[in-house]
Design a protein around this ligand. Structure first.
Ligand SMILES: CCCCCCCCCC/C=C\CCCC(=O)SCCNC(=O)CCNC(=O)[C@H](O)C(C)(C)COP(=O)(O)OP(=O)(O)OC[C@H]1O[C@@H](n2cnc3c(N)ncnc32)[C@H](O)[C@@H]1OP(=O)(O)O
Ligand code: FAD
Length: 672
C-alpha cells in the first residue's frame, strides 16, 4: 500500500527562517556525515530506498492492531531487505552492512522497529565476531542473503545483567558429538530477544557450557529453532512472543525454552574457546570476556544511534517551534514564534549541540574500537579494559541524555508533541529501551567505575595511565582546579570534577575498609558515589572529544561554518557547566560572579544561535519519510498534517460508532 503525499508550499515562517541562515548548510551536513563523498553516497542510497514510496503507509502504524502491525512490519522488512541485498550493499560494500545509512533508511520504513533489526544488528555481528573461519563460511553468507534469519538470545526471565547467572545449559555429549541444550527452570527461559518470537528461524544462544562433568561458564551457540519450510518450532523448542510493551511493538521480542534439544558440536561459536571432539575444553588464550564482544560492538554503535534519534527529535521540535505562535508579548502585537522564547531555545539548542557531540564522539569511539579489535586479532588485549570502560560509560550517558533531551523536545511541542503522529512518543519509547538494553545504565557505569578506581590507584602511585584517564596524572593530587572560563578551562574543570569524585570514592572505600568492612561491602556502600564518578568521567571524555573533533573537522571549513560549529560546542560546554555548578563549586575555584557571567554568556549564545536554528536542523538532512512527523516536515505545514492524520483514525471511519446504539442510547433512555 503506497500513500500519496500532497506537495505543499513551505510555510512562510519556515521560509523566512531559512533566509536568515548565514552558513553553508551542505558543509555542516558533510561534517556530520563524515565527508562530502559520504553525503553523496548517503543521498544516493536514500534515493534508491525511498524514492519509490514503498516505505509509506496508507494507514498509520499506530492505528493497526498488534497482529496487523507485526504483519505490516514483516511485509516492509522483506521489501526493505530486498532493496538492501540487491541495491544498497552494492554501493556500501558487503563489509559495511552495519553502515549508519542502512539504519537511517530503515527508519523511513519503520516508525517503530523492524522485526529483522536484531538479525542485522546482533545476529550477524555475533557470527562475524565469534565464529571460526569455517563457521563464518558456513553461516555468514546465508545470514547476509536472508536465507536464515537470526536473533540474539542471551537474557533470561531470571537474569539479564548478571550473565554469569544465566541458567540455560549446553552439555556436551562426546558419543554423539552434540551439545544438549536445556532450560532447567522457568527463570532459565530466554526472554526479550528481538525477532525471536515469530520471525527468526535461528538464534545465537548464550548458555552455561558443561563438558567432562565441569562447568566452563557462558558460551555462545548457534541454534536452528524453526523448520525452514513450515516455520514450525522444531521438537524440543518452545518459542513465542513476550507480549505488549512500552515500545518495540513490531519487534516480536520472544521467549525460548529448550527440552534437551540437540545441536552439532560445530554449532558452538568457537573463535575464542572450543570443545574438542572428545570433550576436552580449550580456553581462550587471549581474554575471558571476548565472548561479550557483540555487546561491546552494539554499545559502540549506540552512541551514533543516539545522535540520530536526537537529531530527529530536534528537527521536529525546532521546525514546529518556528511555525507555532503563542501568547501576545505586548498588546496588539503579533504572537511570537515560540522559538523566540529563550526558555524554548534553552530546551532545544542543547539538543542540536548534543546530537553533534554524540556524532563526533561516536566516530572517534568507532575508530578506537576498530584499533583495539585489530590489536586483539594480533593477540594483544591490553586495551580491552579501557575500551570496555569507555564503551560502557558512553553507552550509558548517551542513551540517558538522549532520552531526557527527547522528552524535552516533546515538552517543547506542547499538546501536539503528545500525538503519535508527531513521532516524538515513538522516538522516546525506542530510546527509553536503549537505557536498559545492552547493559543497564547503573550497571554499565559501575563497570566503568571499576576501571577508574584502578586507574586512580595507578596515578596516585605515580604511574602513567591509559589515554582516556591521562587527566588523572595531572589532577589526582590537586585539591581544586583554578577556574578559567575559556573552553580549555571548562574542559579541565570537568576533568577535575571527575578526578575529585573518583578520588573521593577511593577514600570512602578505604575508610570503610579501615572501619572493618570487607572490600565487597565497602564497594557496595560506595556505589552511589561510584556511579556519579563514572558519569563525571564520561562527561569529561565527551566535552574533550567533542571539542577536539570539532576543531579537527572544521579546519578547512568556511568562516561561518567554523563559527556556528564553534558556537554549538561552546553551548554544550556551558550548558553542562551550568548543570553541574555544585560540582564546580566543590572541585574548582569558580565564584558566584564567575557563574553569573557564565549564565549571561550562555543566554547571549542562545540568542546568537537563534537565527540559524532551523538551518542547523536542516543540516541533519533528514527526509520527511525518515521523520514520520506531522510536526516536523520540511514544509512546516503542521496544522494541515495534524488534521490529515486525525482523519485516518479508525474511529473516524463511520459517523456514529455502534457503541452509541449498544450502550449510550440505552443509558440515556434509562434502559440499560
Ligand atoms: C545494522 C547495524 C545496526 C546497529 C543498530 C543499533 C541499534 C540496535 C538495536 C538493538 C535493539 C535491541 C538490542 C538489545 C540486545 C540486548 O540487550 S542483548 C543483552 C545485553 N545484555 C547485557 O548487556 C548484560 C549486561 N551485563 C554485562 O555486560 C556483564 O554481565 C557485566 C559486565 C555487568 C558483568 O559481567 P561478569 O561476567 O559478571 O563479569 P565480572 O566478573 O563482573 O567482571 C570480570 C572482569 O571482566 C570485565 N569485563 C566485563 N565485561 C567485559 C567486556 N565486555 N570486555 C572487557 N572486560 C569486561 C569486568 O569489568 C571485570 O574487570 P575487572 O575484574 O574489574 O578488571
Ligand atoms: C526493548 C528491549 C529489547 C531487548 N532485546 C534483547 C535481545 O535482543 N536479546 C537479549 O538477550 N536481551 C535483550 N534485552 C534484555 C536486556 O539486555 C536486559 O533487560 C538488560 O540487560 C537489563 O537486564 P535486566 O532486565 O535483567 O535488569 P536487572 O539487572 O534486573 O535490573 C533491574 C534494576 O536492578 C539494578 N541492578 C541490577 N544489577 C545491579 C548491580 N549489580 N548493581 C546495582 N544495580 C543493579 C539495575 O540498575 C536496574 O535498576 C532487551 C531488553 C529490552 C527492554
Amino acid at each position: 500500500m503506497k500513500a500519496n503525499r500532497p506537495k505543499r508550499d513551505v510555510h512562510p515562517d519556515l521560509a523566512r527562517e531559512r533566509l536568515k541562515c548565514n552558513f553553508n548548510i551542505e558543509e555542516v551536513t558533510n561534517i556530520i556525515d563524515g565527508g562530502k563523498d559520504k553525503t553523496l553516497e548517503r543521498k544516493k542510497i536514500e534515493d534508491i530506498a525511498l524514492n519509490n514510496g514503498a516505505c509509506l503507509d496508507e494507514i498509520p502504524d499506530e492505528c493497526l492492531s498488534i497482529k496487523e502491525r507485526y504483519e505490516n512490519a514483516i511485509r516492509k522488512s522483506c521489501i526493505y531487505s530486498n532493496i538492501v541485498r540487491n541495491e544498497m550493499l552494492e554501493i556500501t560494500g558487503m563489509e559495511n552492512f552495519e553502515s549508519p545509512v542502512l539504519r537511517r533508511t530503515a527508519d523511513a520504513f519503520f516508525k517503530d522497529i523492524s522485526p529483522f533489526m536484531l538479525h542485522l544488528g546482533m545476529f550477524v555481528p555475533t557470527l562475524i565476531g565469534q565464529s571460526t573461519p569455517e563457521q563464518m563460511a558456513e553461516w555468514l553468507p546465508k545470514a547476509l542473503d536472508m536465507k536464515i534469519i537470526g536473533a540474539y538470545a542471551q537474557t533470561e526471565l531470571g537474569h539479564g545483567t548478571f550473565i554469569r547467572g544465566l541458567e540455560t545449559t549446553a552439555t556436551y555429549d562426546p558419543d554423539k558429538e552434540e551439545f544438549v541444550l536445556h532450560s532447567p527452570t522457568i527463570t532459565s527461559y530466554k526472554w526479550w530477544a528481538g525477532g525471536l518470537g515469530k520471525t527468526a528461524n535461528h538464534c545465537v544462544v548464550m548458555a552455561q557450557l558443561y563438558t567432562q562433568g565441569e562447568c566452563h561458564g557462558t558460551h555462545l551457540f548457534i541454534v536452528q529453532i524453526r523448520d525452514l519450510d513450515t516455520h514450525m518450532p522444531l521438537p524440543g523448542i518452545k518459542v513465542g512472543e513476550i507480549g505488549p510493551r512500552m515500545g518495540f511493538s513490531s519487534a516480536d521480542n520472544g521467549f525460548l525454552g529448550f527440552n534437551s534439544f540437540r545441536i552439532p558440536r560445530q554449532n558452538m561459536l568457537m573463535k575464542h574457546a572450543k570443545v574438542e571432539k572428545d570433550g576436552c575444553y580449550v580456553k581462550s588464550a587471549k581474554h575471558g570476556k571476548l565472548t561479550y564482544g557483540t555487546m561491546v560492538f552494539i554499545r559502540v554503535t549506540l552512541v551514533s544511534e543516539m545522535s540520530f534519534n536526537l537529531s530527529k527529535a530536534a528537527t521536529i521540535a525546532i521546525r514546529y517551534s518556528a511555525v507555532r505562535r503563542q501568547t501576545e508579548l505586548r498588546p496588539n502585537e503579533p504572537e511570537p514564534q515560540i522559538l523566540d522564547y529563550p526558555t524554548q531555545q534553552h530546551k532545544l539548542f542543547i539538543c542540536i549541540a548534543t546530537a553533534h557531540a554524540f556524532q563526533l564522539t561516536s566516530k572517534w569511539l568507532w575508530d578506537t574500537f576498530q584499533a583495539v579489535m585489530a590489536d586483539v586479532r594480533k593477540g594483544n588485549v591490553d586495551a580491552l579494559p579501557e575500551l570496555h570502560a569507555l564503551s560502557s560509560c558512553l553507552k550509558a550517558v548517551s542513551t540517558s541524555d538522549a532520552l531526557s533531551h527527547i522528552e524535552q523536545c516533546r515538552f517543547a511541542c506542547g499538546g501536539h508533541g503528545y500525538m503519535l503522529s508527531s513521532n516524538l512518543p515513538f522516538i522516546y519509547s525506542f530510546v527509553a529501551a536503549t537505557r536498559t538494553y545492552e547493559g543497564d545504565y547503573t550497571v554499565l557505569l559501575l563497570q566503568t567505575a571499576r576501571f577508574l578506581v584502578k586507574a586512580w590507584e595507578q596515578a596516585e602511585s605515580g604511574n602513567n595511565v591509559t589515554p582516556t584517564v591521562a587527566y588523572l596524572n595531572r589532577t589526582a593530587n590537586t585539591k581544586r582546579v583554578v577556574w578559567d572560563n575559556t573552553h580549555e578551562g571548562i574542559i579541565q574543570s570537568f576533568q577535575a570534577i571527575a578526578a575529585g569524585k573518583i578520588g573521593q570514592c577511593v577514600r570512602s572505600i578505604r575508610d570503610r575498609i579501615k572501619s572493618g568492612m570487607d572490600y565487597e561491602d565497602a564497594w557496595l556502600m560506595t556505589t552511589v558515589q561510584l556511579v556519579a564518578a563514572a558519569e563525571a568521567h564520561c562527561r569529561a571524555v565527551l566535552v574533550n572529544t567533542y571539542w577536539n573533533e570539532m576543531i579537527r573537522l572544521t579546519k578547512s571549513s568556511s568562516a561561518n561554518v567554523k563559527t556556528v560549529m564553534h558556537q554549538l560546542a561552546v553551548l554544550y560546554l556551558m550548558y553542562w557547566a551550568l548543570e553541574k555548578t555544585g560540582d564546580l563549586l566543590k572541585y574548582s575555584s569558580v565564584s558566584k560572579q564567575d557563574l553569573d557571567d557564565l549564565q549571561r554568556r550562555y543566554e547571549e549564545l542562545l540568542a546568537a544561535l537563534r537565527p540559524n536554528a532551523v538551518s542547523l536542523v536542516d543540516a541533519f538532512d533528514l527526509r520527511d519519510e525518515i521523520l514520520h512527523s506531522s510536526l516536523g516536515s520540511y514544509d512546516g505545514c503542521v496544522y494541515e498534517r495534524l488534521m490529515e492524520e486525525a482523519q485516518k483514525s479508525p474511529l473516524n471511519a463511520e459517523p456514529v460508532n455502534p457503541s452509541f446504539h449498544k450502550y449510550i442510547k440505552p443509558l440515556m433512555q434509562g434502559k440499560l
